[in-house]
Write a protein that binds this ligand. Structure first.
Ligand code: HEC
Ligand code: HEC
Length: 148
């Protein structure tokens, strides 16, 4: 029906204009490269690897840790990871990454960025999230098994 089509086209046009406005508005305000505000640790100043590496590759590093740990870690007594500059960490999602000295506040670090980019890693279906006022702490799954 021509009348409806007119309405639809008008609606679409308006939508496109609004989106364009939002983009230009942000560009004008210097927010084109907007990044969500994450709360960084204060006790530690260095992450496992460089900041650039972690921003781009933290998921790969975590997956590597998991694979190394699960495949060979059980037999290895140390279960450690040596960084490029020789520092040594225990390969553990909760025990190292989310430890009290580092990203204990998952909600204000991991979650804040992940919700912005709409990723929701399933890791915490099993892995424990430390209780530091993190409001979005998931409950244990049906099995109730949580990994320390
Ligand atoms: C279905 C449950 C489950 C899910 C989902 C899961 N894991 Fe695990 N993960 C385990 C178990 C079980 C271990 C072995 C723990 C042990 O042997 O002490 C483990 C070990 C690990 C370890 C080494 C030990 C440690 O304390 O952290 C890392 C790192 C790890 N997983 C990362 C991840 C990441 C990253 C994800 C999401 C992409 C993930 N896991 C999702 C169950 C799970
Ligand atoms: C500055 C933003 C940012 C922060 C902070 C951040 N992440 Fe991520 N993370 C991402 C992005 C973006 C992706 C998706 C990358 C992709 O899909 O290629 C991702 C993906 C992941 C994945 C893989 C998920 C999947 O389904 O493939 C894991 C695991 C993960 N992040 C763990 C963490 C943990 C644990 C923390 C906190 C200690 C954290 N991230 C903090 C941006 C961030």
């Amino acid at each position: 029906m021509p009348r409806d089509r007119g309405k639809i086209l008008f609606g679409l046009g308006l939508f496109v204009l609004l989106m364009a406005f939002r983009i230009w508005y942000n560009v004008a305000r210097g927010k084109a490269g907007y990044r969500p505000e994450v709360v960084r640790p204060t006790a530690e100043t260095k992450c496992v690897e460089s900041r650039e590496y972690m921003v781009a590759k933290h998921m790969n590093l975590l997956n590597d840790w998991r694979d190394w740990f699960v495949r060979e870690g059980r037999e290895r007594s140390d279960r450690t990871y040596k960084t490029g500059d020789g520092r040594v960490y225990k390969m553990s999602l909760t025990g190292t990454c989310l430890s009290a000295r580092c990203h204990a506040n998952k909600a204000e670090f991991c979650d804040r960025c992940h919700s912005y980019v709409s990723v929701n890693p399933y890791c915490f279906d099993c892995h424990l999230v430390p209780k530091t006022g993190a409001s979005s702490t998931p409950q244990p799954g049906a099995e109730g098994r949580r990994v320390p």
